[in-house]
Design a protein around this ligand. Structure first.
Ligand SMILES: Cc1cc2nc3c(=O)[nH]c(=O)nc-3n(C[C@H](O)[C@H](O)[C@H](O)COP(=O)(O)OP(=O)(O)OC[C@H]3O[C@@H](n4cnc5c(N)ncnc54)[C@H](O)[C@@H]3O)c2cc1C
Length: 372
């Protein structure tokens, strides 16, 4: 089986890798360099807490692939299962957390509830005013700069043709397959996988499929390096967007943070998301509530990235509803980093075997919530 994968972010590179492992002949076409879209901008959170319940089976599958990543890819992509803590500062948010924990349990996801003394003992310095927290010990983070190039290199070693900096001029369906005309040559295959990220709806539209998607940029920042004190990824349960920050400390000591600010609007052409410095103070106020010691540190860089947000905040994954041999995996709504390896594994299974053991039905392109 021949497959063209269009778009070389985490979804495209992971899919190319797992397709090749299943024996497919794969060409991945990326118009820039692999991993330089939303993927490189990611905060790097490998988080299942708070995820839409129907995403949990895919998130579990992905968590297993993350655990194997170093062995599969022959490289450390800095996956660390440091745990993921979400602090709680008010009774309403505590009720929300408990309701989520209850609902997630039948989906195979167990959240620990921590009281104030557990937080102080296990995670000193985090949220001194917190009344409780949830803790997911097997979640954590990885390095968003490393993972897509690592999947691409591993895919290359399995024979995948990775074509970068290729301007794609035309994508056509011939009745029995696909033809992609690019500045780096013409490619033909019986299957096409659309992993074009925030631009994925444009590719779908070529085949008569409309997806309501908006390009937005979450805003990130990073501090100067500090002594390493914060081991888990830290977030919050809150009903107020103004407090919704999250952070993690990388092994070199810098603290990466995001959230608590509206996502910046992004024009898909050229698709460069630029952080807005005016939003930094509100982010920092929320960050300092999580870790007061960060009040005195310097922020050395801010950035954003172009991500596709689908109207119902779920990705589009699975078969095309119009064109045999066409598959989609795009529009990950700010949650795709954790899902990436699982998406690649699941899409490869679906394309090569015609079925997927992980339920993807809620993500199909013709679901009612996406109808005009
Ligand atoms: C700032 C930020 C922080 C985030 N933090 C997290 C987080 O902590 N945890 C989490 O789970 N998720 C997070 N996300 C979301 C996550 O990063 C994305 O969901 C994920 O990386 C999407 O991967 P992708 O491969 O679909 O898209 P991308 O990485 O954007 O890749 C799509 C690729 O397709 C290429 N392309 C587009 N059109 C064409 C074409 N016509 N021809 C050829 N190539 C094309 C693009 O150039 C691009 O390289 C974050 C996102 C952002 C922006």
């Amino acid at each position: 089986m021949d497959v063209i994968v269009l778009g070389g972010g985490l979804m495209g590179t992971a899919s190319a890798y797992f397709l090749a492992r299943r024996g497919a002949r794969v060409t991945l076409v990326e118009r820039h360099r692999v991993g330089t879209g939303a993927t490189v901008a990611s905060f790097g959170n490998i988080r299942r807490t708070g995820r839409h319940l129907s995403q949990l089976p895919l998130a579990h599958r992905s968590r297993e692939r993350w655990a194997e990543a170093e062995a599969l890819l022959g490289r450390d992509v800095e996956f660390r299962a440091t745990g993921h803590i979400r602090l709680i500062f008010d009774e309403g948010s505590l009720a929300d957390m408990r309701a989520y924990a209850e609902a997630a349990r039948p989906w195979g996801f167990d959240l620990e509830e921590l009281g104030p003394s557990d937080i102080r003992a296990r995670f000193p310095g985090l949220g001194p005013e917190a009344i409780a927290a949830s803790f997911s010990p097997r979640d954590g983070s990885a390095n968003p700069r490393l993972v897509a190039p690592a999947f691409a290199d591993a895919a290359r070693r399995l024979g995948v043709n990775i074509v970068e900096e290729a301007r794609v001029d035309r994508i056509g369906f011939t009745g029995s397959g696909f033809r992609v005309e690019s500045s780096k040559g013409v490619f033909a295959a019986e299957c096409l996988l659309n992993t074009a990220g925030a631009w994925g709806a444009r590719v779908a539209a070529l085949f008569g499929e409309t997806v309501p998607i908006e390009a937005r940029g979450p805003q990130m920042g990073v501090t100067e390096p500090l002594p390493h004190r914060i081991s888990p990824v830290v977030g919050i349960w809150t009903r107020s967007k103004a407090y919704g920050a999250y952070l993690r400390q990388v092994e070199r000591g810098n603290v990466v943070f995001g959230g608590a600010a509206e996502r910046v609007p992004v024009d898909l052409d050229p698709g460069h998301a630029v952080a807005d410095p005016a939003r930094l103070p509100e982010q920092l106020r929320a960050v300092v509530r999580l870790v007061p010691a960060l009040a005195q540190v310097a922020v050395i860089r801010t950035w954003s990235g172009c991500e596709g947000y689908v109207r119902d905040m779920l990705p589009v994954m699975g078969r095309s509803a119009t064109t045999p041999g066409l598959f989609h995996a795009f529009g990950f709504c700010g949650h795709g980093f954790q899902l990436g390896p699982g998406v690649g594994d699941a899409m490869a299974e679906l394309i090569v075997t015609g079925r997927c053991e992980t339920p993807l039905d809620d993500f199909r392109i013709d679901r009612p919530s996406l109808a005009a």
